[in-house]
Design a protein around this ligand. Structure first.
Ligand code: ADP
Length: 241
């Protein structure tokens, strides 16, 4: 997977990371709401080198009708990586990874939506990863949440998401590609900050219980910063509180 040779160490003596971040620091984050004309809601997000577009269509009448739910909206989510989003061209189209990420992203967002307000409809969420540098499932959820709000869909709260990881024995926030690739573990987390409610929690790799707790603490802290940026992006478009 076109990754440069492993550097001797990923974290310096004083805790500084390869890109100069402290262990509890996010990559630079930029969010813009309402970037697509034809979608009902949309958002563009950059987190370090990740570049992601989210588009929302709906609520709109669901066809075929037998797929409608009489008491709520059906949420559909498609995560996709552009062929040019990674070093070596990614084969276009869905693979096992993107199907799995689509499913868990939908499950991370659904608790935040008042689906019962929109019976017999579908809400379609599309996440397109234009450039990937680890943490894209979380960045996609963050962007999709802003796109849902931009579409005017009633929500209990925004969902913010970010991963924490274990790298060189250190627990760090928001691992980039090198750290993810050579790291020991990765813990993606999504939450509704207003309710302190986690809607996605995964762990890939190995950690002790204490390390896992620290990873969750760091990721939650990261989500709160991301949440502020999500709200700022919406305020920039819609003004006021
Ligand atoms: P996430 O992006 O949520 O961290 P993974 O842990 O599966 O998901 O992937 C980590 C990173 O590995 C991705 O963000 C991307 O930079 C890279 N990657 C994933 N799939 C591929 C692929 N098919 N080809 C090349 N790089 C990939």
């Amino acid at each position: 997977m076109g990754m440069a040779e492993e550097p001797e160490r990923l974290i310096a003596e004083d805790g500084t990371r390869l890109d100069g971040r402290k262990p509890d620091e996010l990559r630079p984050l930029r969010i813009q709401a309402g970037v697509l004309k034809r979608a009902d809601g949309s958002a563009y997000l950059e987190l370090g080198s990740n570049k992601i577009i989210a588009a929302v269509y709906g609520p709109r009448e669901l066809h075929p009708r037998h797929k409608q739910k009489p008491d709520r909206a059906v949420i559909r989510f498609r995560y996709n990586m552009a062929p040019f989003s990674v070093d070596e061209r990614k084969r276009p189209g869905p693979d096992r990874r993107s199907i799995e990420i689509s499913k868990l992203s939908k499950e991370a967002l659904e608790p935040a939506l008042f689906t019962e307000y929109y019976p017999r409809t579908a809400i379609d969420i599309f996440v397109e990863v234009l450039q990937a540098d680890a943490g894209t499932r979380c960045a996609g959820i963050t962007a999709a949440s802003v796109a849902l709000a931009d579409a005017g869909i009633e929500m209990k709260d925004l969902v913010a998401a970010v991963a924490a990881g274990k790298v060189d024995g250190h627990i760090v926030l928001d691992p980039m590609y090198y750290e993810d690739g050579y790291g020991e573990a990765d813990v993606p987390l999504a939450m509704m900050p207003k309710y302190d409610a986690i809607t996605l929690l995964q762990m890939d790799g190995n950690m002790t219980e204490d390390e896992f707790k620290e990873a969750v603490r760091l990721a939650k802290k990261g989500c709160k910063i991301i949440y502020r940026e999500q709200r700022r992006a919406l305020k920039r478009k819609y003004g006021g509180e």
